[in-house]
Design a protein around this ligand. Structure first.
Ligand code: SER
Length: 318
């Protein structure tokens, strides 16, 4: 029986993953946690156990894991790329010291650990097209540095201590439930809100910038499938390339125009986030994930656009 702790449960991924995990494993077997309560998440907080936990406090984390007999930690608490460039010290502290605490508790209490990595674990010297699973990883952002170091640390805990660590390199994630917390791929979420509200969007990412992306239902499937995968089949662990699509701002605008023909796209490029995007791959090769645990995403760009616009329309009361 799984007893799961989700850190960062009120974030973009956590707010949807927690609900899905509670549906599969039972509400009382999934403890949601966050550094603080956030408005707008009352339904989630009341749908099962919720604890205030700061993962940079190892003692607090350990007590929580013992209190709830946790055997699986899904560590989603993290600072994203753009915010990480603004506050590199905090990014290191939460993403690295936090992860270290999670791994230490997992070692002592015999827990499995899932930690997401990112396309940010690659850098300007990585082959940008069809980026292989095993390749050069020399990122130039603090977020990317913490993601590569995190991958290595998770593999180390598996090899050295036998902690069952697993992870994926997520691309930009698109969802309607909770906004992302300050990443470079966020434009691909904001564009849908503005398309519905104003029929126009000003992109901070330049025309022609290709990045991998994924719709949230596929991201949730990736986490759950990898968590449940037969360990004897896993050649890799931290972390698997996964992707569902790759597009630039013009391509997502084209997809939106299939549903909102008058939609207009303008540009006001942010040099910081553009430089980050330019340092990341254009498209990932996710064949290792497909071969080792059956990764097979369901949504392409138009399928995602259709669902996003339908769901957001209801959410925004339009
Ligand atoms: N979506 C993330 C970001 O932009 C990538 O992991 O920071």
């Amino acid at each position: 029986m799984r007893k799961i702790l989700v850190t960062g449960a009120l974030g973009q991924i956590g707010s949807e993953l927690t609900t899905e995990l509670r549906r599969i494993y039972g509400a009382n077997n999934v403890v949601a946690s966050g550094r603080r309560l956030k408005e707008g998440h009352e339904k989630l907080i009341e749908s099962g156990p919720f604890e205030i936990v700061d993962i940079t406090n190892g003692k607090e984390l350990h007590e929580m894991v013992k209190k709830h007999n946790i055997n699986t930690i899904i560590n989603l608490a993290a600072i994203l790329s753009a915010v990480g460039e603004k506050y590199p010290e905090e990014c290191w502290n939460i993403n690295m010291n936090g992860l270290y605490n999670v791994l230490e508790v997992a070692r002592e209490e015999n827990c499995m650990v899932f930690t997401p990595s990112s396309i940010a674990a690659f850098g300007p010297t990585t082959p940008p097209d069809n980026t292989p699973q095993d390749t050069i990883q020399r990122p130039t952002t603090m977020y990317g540095v913490t993601k590569v170091a995190g991958e290595l640390l998770c593999d180390y805990y598996f090899k050295k201590f036998g902690v069952d660590t697993r992870g994926v390199r997520f691309p930009g994630l698109i969802s309607y439930e909770t906004l992302p917390g300050g990443g470079t791929t966020d434009y691909a979420v904001h564009i849908y809100y503005d398309a519905l509200k104003n029929k126009r969007y000003t992109s901070f990412i330049a025309k022609g910038t290709m990045m991998d992306m994924m719709y949230m239902p596929d991201a949730l499937d990736a986490i759950i499938q990898l968590m449940e995968a037969d360990p004897s089949k896993l050649i890799h662990r931290n972390a698997f390339n996964v992707t569902a699509m790759s597009f630039d701002p013009e391509m997502i605008a084209g997809s939106i125009r299939k549903f909102i023909p008058e939609f207009e796209l303008e540009y006001d490029v942010d040099p910081v986030r553009q430089a980050i995007a330019d340092s990341w791959p254009n498209s990932l090769d996710d064949s290792a994930a497909r071969e080792e645990w059956g990764w097979d995403p369901k949504y392409d760009l138009n399928g995602m656009t259709k669902d996003m616009l339908e769901k957001l329309k209801i959410k925004l009361g339009l």
